[in-house]
Design a protein around this ligand. Structure first.
Ligand code: G6P
Ligand code: 1S3
Length: 679
C-alpha cells in the first residue's frame, strides 16, 4: 500500500548545525541573523537542532515545554532511553525554538555507531579524533530523532537542512534508513579547500586536478572528508554559500551544487536619517582617544588628516589575506611618502592570537595620556574659577582681568611632569599584547619584513590587536561594531573566503570596504553592481592577476582612498549604506525558500500535480526600479543572486518570487553632491 501523501505546503522545518545557540564562527552568524525571517515564515513549525553546550545554552536559551505532540513523543522516547535534551527558545531576534542534544549522553553507543557508519556508508573513523566522534554521536542522534519524529508526525512533510560537515553524518543515515524526510545539505566551506589554501598551492588554477582522497589522506582528514562528501551526495538538495564555493565543491566533493544560498544580515535600520554618519563621528572620536594614547610622544599627525583602515577575523594568515594587506600597506607607505602626502593611515589588524597579557607599553600609553588629560582639566577648572572670582570683583574704571597669574607655578610643574612622562625613546608599539610566540608570529614577521615600525616619518602606522574587541578592554575599550563604525575603510584581501561576513557588515554600517574576487561576498557584489567602487565596494582581482599585480591594485585602491576629500568620503559612505537592503535576509532568505521547495518537489513529486521539476539553473531576472538618469547604481536585475552556471534556484510556480517574500527595491538615489549634513 502506498504511503499516505504528506502535506507539503504546511511542512515542518528542522535546521541542523553545531553552532545553534553556540558561538563558534560564521554559521552561528548565519543562523542567528536569519532566525527572524525564518520564524516569520514558519512560526512554531521551525526548530533548530544542535548539540547541547551547557555553558552557552545557560545564557542563550530559555527552556520551555514543547507543544507539538510528535515532538513531545519523540523527545520522551529519546529521554527514556538515556538521551538528555534541552528544548527552549533561543533568546535572539525571532526567538526560534531549539532542541539541543547532550552528545555526552549518547557516547555509550559510540562504538556501535562507528561500526555502523563503516558498514552502511563506508566511512572510517579513527579512535582519537574527538571532533569527529562528536560529529558521529550528534549525527546518529539526529537520524534517530528524525526517524522517530516522522513516525509520530504522519500528516506533514518534513524538511531537514544541515549546515557543514560537522552536522552531516545524519544525511547518509537518513537516506540509508529511508527516513521520510527531505534533506538539504549546505556547506559553508570545504575541508579540503581550507587546508589546501592555507598551504602554498595555486588552488584555483588546479581545482580540477587534485587527487582529493590522497590530499585528504596526506593531511590526516580523510575520514572527515568522507563525511563531508557523503553528506553532499546523500542530500536531496546540495547547496553552498557562493559561486566560488560551488565551483570548489563540484571539484572537491564531486557533486555540482543545486544552487547557491548567499548569506544575509539582519539589517536594522536607524530611525533618524544619516544617523550612521553621526555614529561614525562619535566612534571615530573614541578611536582617536586610543590613538592619542598609543602614539604618545609621537602625536605629530593631525587627527583630521588621519584615516583608520582595518582588517579583522579569525587568524588565518594566508586565507584571510593578511599577508597581502601588510605588503600593500608597505607599498602605500612608500607611495604616500613619495607623494609628500600630509595624510596618515593607521591600519588596525584585529585577529585573535595566543597572548599572555596586555603589553605594559600599551597600557602605559593610555595611562600617561589620561593623566595629562586629567591634569589639563583640573588646571582649566582652577583657571576658570580664578577668572570668575576676579571678574566678580571688577568695578567700573578698573582694567578687565587678564591672564597674569592664572597659571600658577604649581600648575606649571605639574604640567611639566606630565610632559616628561610622555618622553619615549622607542617607537610606538605595533602589538598591544604580549604574544606567546612573538618571534614566529606570521603577522609580526611580515610587519618586520616590510619594516612598518611606526617611525615618525611613516605615513602608514600599524596596530596589531591580537584579541577580539570588547568594551571592557582597558587599552581599546570598544565593541567590534562601534569600532567598525568609527573606521574609514575595511580591508579583507582574502584568498579563501566562501562568503565573508566582515565586508558585508561594513556595508550595512555604511563603511566602505575592499574585498577580493575570491570571496563569495566580493563575487556577489561584482555580479550585482556595475560600478561597485562608487558604492564603496572595492574588489581586488586575485583570480586573474599575479600576486604582485594584486598587491599593487590593493595599494592603489588604498592610495586613491587617501586622496578623497571629507565630502567625498561622506558621500561614499551614504552610497555604501544604501546597499544594506541588498544584503538583508528579507531578500537573501528567498534562496532558502527555493531550496526547500526544490527539496519538497524532489521527495514528493506527486504533491506537485505531476509538474516537472523546475529548471534549477534558469535564473529569473527582475528589474529594480530606479531613476534611469542616475549613474552608478546596482545593475538592473535582482534575480542575480545566483547567476551564471549555478543560477538562481527556480522561482517556482507555487507563487514564489522574491517580491512576494519580502518586497524589496533599491531606494531612489539622492543627489550625492547636495546632502544635508555638516562637514
Ligand atoms: C560624519 C559626520 C560629520 C563628520 C564626518 C567625518 O559624516 O556626520 O559631521 O564631519 O563624519 O568624516 P571623516 O571621513 O573625515 O571621518
Ligand atoms: C565560513 O566561516 P569561515 O570564516 O571559516 O562560513 C561563513 C558563513 O557562511 C562564511 O562567511 C565564511 O566565508 C566561511 O569561512
Amino acid at each position: 500500500m502506498a504511503a499516505p501523501k504528506r502535506d507539503v505546503r504546511n511542512h515542518v522545518l528542522f535546521e541542523v548545525a553545531t553552532e545553534v545557540a553556540n558561538r563558534v564562527g560564521g554559521i552561528y552568524s548565519v543562523l542567528k541573523s536569519k532566525a527572524q525571517v525564518t520564524t516569520a515564515e514558519y512560526g512554531s513549525r521551525y526548530t533548530l537542532l544542535g548539540p547541547l553546550n551547557r555553558a552557552s545554552a545557560a545564557v542563550e536559551v530559555e527552556e520551555i515545554a514543547p507543544k507539538d505532540p510528535a515532538l513531545i513523543a519523540t523527545i520522551k522516547s529519546m529521554n527514556d532511553r538515556g538521551i538528555k535534551t534541552l528544548y527552549g527558545r533561543w533568546l535572539i531576534d525571532g526567538a526560534p525554538r531549539v532542541l539541543l542534544f547532550d552528545t555526552g549522553s549518547g557516547y555509550f553507543k559510540l562504538d556501535e555507531w562507528k561500526g555502523d557508519l563503516w558498514s552502511t556508508a563506508g566511512i572510517p573513523s579513527p579512535p582519537d579524533d574527538h571532533e569527529t566522534n562528536e560529529a558521529i554521536v550528534f549525527g546518529y542522534l539526529i537520524a534517530w530523532f528524525l526517524g522517530e519524529y516522522v513516525y509520530h508526525e504522519k500528516e506533514r512533510a518534513v524538511v531537514a537542512q544541515f549546515h557543514e560537515w560537522l552536522a552531516g553524518v545524519a544525511l547518509p543515515l537518513c537516506k540509508k534508513r529511508r527516513i521520510d524526510v527531505t534533506t538539504i545539505f549546505t556547506t559553508h566551506a570545504t575541508l579540503l579547500g581550507r587546508y589546501l589554501c592555507a598551504g602554498s598551492v595555486d588552488f584555483y588554477n588546479n581545482l580540477q586536478w587534485f587527487d582529493c582522497d590522497a590530499e585528504a589522506g596526506k593531511r590526516g582528514i580523510y575520514h572527515r572528508y568522507c563525511i563531508e562528501r557523503g553528506a553532499a551526495h546523500a542530500a536531496d538538495v546540495f547547496t553552498t554559500v557562493s559561486h566560488i564555493t560551488a565551483y570548489e565543491s563540484e571539484h572537491l566533493l564531486k557533486r555540482k551544487p543545486d544552487g547557491v544560498l548567499p548569506n544575509g544580515l539582519n539589517v536594522k535600520k536607524f530611525s533618524a536619517t544619516h544617523e550612521f554618519q553621526n555614529l561614525h563621528q562619535t566612534n571615530k572620536e573614541r578611536i582617536n582617544d586610543f590613538v592619542r594614547g598609543h602614539f604618545y610622544g609621537h602625536n605629530d599627525f593631525d587627527p583630521d588628516k588621519t584615516l583608520y583602515f582595518f582588517t579583522a577575523g579569525r587568524y588565518e594568515y594566508r586565507n584571510k589575506g593578511v599577508d597581502m594587506f601588510i605588503e600593500s600597506l608597505a607599498r602605500l607607505n612608500h607611495r604616500l611618502k613619495a607623494a609628500g602626502s600630509d595624510m596618515t593611515v593607521v591600519a588596525f589588524i584585529i585577529m585573535p592570537a595566543q597572548t599572555t597579557s596586555l603589553a605594559v607599553e600599551a597600557l602605559k600609553g593610555q595611562a600617561v595620556v589620561k593623566s595629562l588629560h586629567d591634569t589639563v582639566n583640573s588646571i582649566e577648572k582652577r583657571i576658570g574659577q580664578k577668572l570668575f572670582e576676579r571678574s566678580l570683583k571688577w568695578t567700573e574704571g578698573q582694567d578687565p582681568p587678564d591672564e597674569t597669574g592664572l597659571l600658577t607655578s604649581e600648575d606649571k610643574v605639574l604640567l611639566r611632569r606630565r610632559l616628561f612622562a610622555m618622553k619615549r625613546h622607542n617607537f610606538p608599539p605595533i602589538v598591544t599584547h604580549n604574544m606567546v610566540n612573538d618571534a614566529e608570529d606570521p603577522i609580526l614577521n611580515q610587519i618586520r619584513r616590510c619594516q612598518l615600525f611606526n617611525h615618525p616619518s611613516d605615513r602608514v602606522k600599524v596596530v596589531f590587536h591580537p584579541e577580539f574587541l570588547n568594551s571592557a578592554n582597558p587599552v581599546l575599550p570598544m565593541d567590534y561594531d562601534d569600532f567598525v563604525r568609527g573606521t574609514h575603510l575595511g580591508v579583507f584581501a582574502s584568498y579563501y573566503e566562501p562568503w565573508g561576513y566582515t565586508p558585508a557588515e561594513c556595508t550595512v554600517m555604511g563603511v566602505p570596504s575592499i574585498t577580493t574576487n575570491l570571496s563569495g561576498f566580493g563575487c556577489y557584489m561584482e555580479e550585482l553592481i556595475e560600478n561597485a567602487q562608487d558604492y564603496g565596494i572595492y574588489i581586488v582581482d586575485r583570480r586573474m592577476k599575479g600576486v604582485d599585480d594584486s598587491v599593487n591594485q590593493l595599494s592603489e585602491y588604498m592610495f586613491q582612498f587617501t586622496v578623497k576629500s571629507r565630502r567625498q568620503r561622506i558621500n561614499q559612505r551614504n552610497r555604501t549604506e544604501r546597499l544594506s537592503d541588498l544584503l538583508d535576509w528579507k531578500r537573501m532568505g528567498m534562496e532558502y525558500v527555493k531550496a526547500r521547495q526544490l527539496a519538497l518537489r524532489r521527495a514528493y513529486p506527486d504533491s506537485f500535480d505531476g509538474e516537472d521539476e523546475p529548471g534549477f539553473f534558469d535564473g529569473t531576472e527582475m528589474k529594480i526600479s530606479r531613476p534611469l538618469s542616475v549613474p552608478g547604481s546596482p545593475r538592473d536585475r535582482s534575480g542575480m543572486m545566483t547567476p551564471g552556471d549555478f543560477a538562481s534556484l527556480q522561482e517556482g510556480r507555487e507563487g514564489l518570487s522574491t517580491e512576494d517574500y519580502i518586497a524589496w527595491k533599491l531606494p531612489e538615489e539622492e543627489d550625492a553632491e547636495d546632502e544635508p549634513f555638516p562637514l
